[in-house]
Design a protein around this ligand. Sequence first.
Ligand SMILES: [Zn+2]
Length: 212
Amino acid sequence: MTPHPKKLQVLRWLPNGWVMTRGSRTGRRMHLTFDDGPHPEHTPTLLDLLAKHRARATFFLIGQQAERYPDLVSRIVREGHDLGNHSWSHPQFERLDLAAQREEIDRTDKLLTGFDGRSRHDFRPPRGVMPRPMLFDCVRNGRRIAYWSYDSLDYSRRPAAELIASARRYPPRAGEILLLHDDSDLSIRVLETMLPEWAAAGFSFETLPRGD
Ligand SMILES: [Zn+2]
């Protein structure tokens, strides 16, 4: 299993302003993204680790989690990371009609605006599911969808050693967008090893380029 999602073969033909599948190719930048937080136990540990390595990342938050743990969201922003929108309740988007999908996105955006002052946030659909009407609705409204180019597979519950071996076998390239999660400690255990190795290879870790 390679870290490069199959869907990328199709998505990369869409304009990057519609569905972002790559970041900056200048320099050796890597874009770490974390989905499904904030989590009361794992997000603080992750933030400590990122600070230690001067790494900035983009956090795609679930709205109802953000509402529940506002101090964590404030800390994410204060420490120089960016917020992204990962829906309000992480539903199966393919089962919702367009109005309900919009509601999931807009409600989360309003909440996030209260933390970072930005009126609009990149949207990452739960499980990467992108029903076509929703995609076109986002395009029409100038809302960028943030996909990823490199899947850490940290949600697969494989042992950390296996994920580290995979990260070494398939080294991320400059400008890659890495999919990670902060609702478990697995990504933290992988990054404890890989951040120093990637930094030694000349990478810096930065938030996704802003689309607004
Ligand atoms: Zn998710």
